[in-house]
Design a protein around this ligand. Structure first.
Ligand SMILES: NC(=O)c1ccc[n+]([C@@H]2O[C@H](COP(=O)([O-])OP(=O)(O)OC[C@H]3O[C@@H](n4cnc5c(N)ncnc54)[C@H](O)[C@@H]3O)[C@@H](O)[C@H]2O)c1
Length: 297
């Protein structure tokens, strides 16, 4: 049975949005990290975003210039799968959200990784048991799901039915060692903890508008006014991205979800994807809900 002190080398599969963040949090907290991807160009993009994150952390006083320079020396990028796998203690997989791809990647790394390696997946919407067998060691495989690592630093541990209990303890220790708040799920359940709550909340906000009960602004005004929150559900949807929200919601077939997907799609078709493009339900950088008179009505 392994302990946290046995975890030294982290292998990140996928150098995208989440992979680069988990990698950075790991090197900043003393781990050696290898980032593997099939696309060389993903590495340049990852380095750029990591630089921006480091600037943010320096500004917040969380790290020093010296710390970040030292940490980055412990991070390497490679497209060589065999080399990447050779001495991995823990794998954190963040490849594109596609079941067949994940099965393929896990079959590959299940073969290449040494016996000692522990396997984790960062999937947002798939249940780990769907591809646990592909790893060749389902008892050492578990979902370790990050949100955004630096801003939203909560991580879900979701075992598949075969995951051994010591893996959960070890992942909890690893999560805490990279400054995450760890929450443990007792069993597999779609959407983990936060996303399951968020989907219900946003779904209720969707129904209020699509069944013509209230306006978008009044739904947000009610949430913000009651809870003294900086934004309401439609402001949150703009942050998430309307396209991302649509991908999650359009698979549900109940009347509320069908209407909500149609509302999102109408905005998406006009190019209004949310804050990232400057317009969604609101216009940015100064959305109406930030006006001082918004809550007063
Ligand atoms: N973006 C988020 O907010 C978020 C949050 C939590 C979890 N996740 C999950 O993390 C995973 C990755 O999401 P992302 O947003 O970082 O995606 P992304 O598109 O930014 O990155 C995915 C990376 O995987 C790489 N890739 C594709 N095929 C590969 C292969 N065969 N081997 C190695 N790398 C390969 C791509 O080249 C790309 O760089 C998904 O499972 C997603 O559900 C994403």
């Amino acid at each position: 049975m392994k302990q946290l002190k046995d975890i030294k080398n982290i292998l990140i599969l996928g150098s995208g949005t989440l992979g680069l963040r988990i990698a950075l949090a790991s090197v900043l907290n003393g781990y050696k990290v290898t980032i593997y991807d099939i696309r060389e160009e993903a590495f340049e993009q990852a380095k750029k975003i990591q630089d921006e994150l480091i600037k943010m952390l320096l500004k917040a006083g969380t790290i020093s210039h010296e710390d970040s320079k030292k940490a980055l020396q412990n991070q390497t990028f490679t497209t060589d799968a065999k080399l990447a796998a050779a001495d991995a203690d823990l794998v954190s997989e963040s490849v594109t959200e596609d079941l067949e791809l994940k099965k393929k990647v896990w079959a590959q790394f299940g073969e290449l990784c040494p016996k000692k390696t522990i396997f984790t997946t960062n999937t947002s919407s798939l249940l780990p048991s769907l591809y646990a067998e592909a790893t060749g060691r389902p008892e050492r495989f578990c979902a370790l799901h990050f949100h955004d690592v630096f801003y939203a630093n909560v991580v879900d541990i979701m075992p598949n039915p075969q995951t051994e209990s010591w893996i959960i303890d070890l992942l909890k220790a690893y999560g805490e060692s990279i400054q995450q708040t760890v929450v443990i799920m007792k069993r597999e359940s779609p959407g983990y903890i936060f996303n399951a709550m968020l989907i219900s909340f946003l779904g209720a906000a969707g129904a209020l508008v699509t069944f013509d009960v209230a306006s978008i602004e009044d739904v947000d005004r009610s949430w913000m006014g009651n809870f003294k929150m900086p934004m309401g559900p439609y402001g949150i949807l703009d942050e998430i991205g309307l396209d991302t929200a649509w991908h999650i919601i359009h698979v549900f077939e109940d009347e509320k979800s069908i209407r909500f997907s149609a509302l999102l799609k109408a905005y998406i078709d006009q190019g209004k994807l949310g804050r990232k493009v400057g317009e969604g339900f609101y216009k940015y950088p100064k959305p109406r809900f930030q006006d001082t008179d918004f809550i007063k009505g």
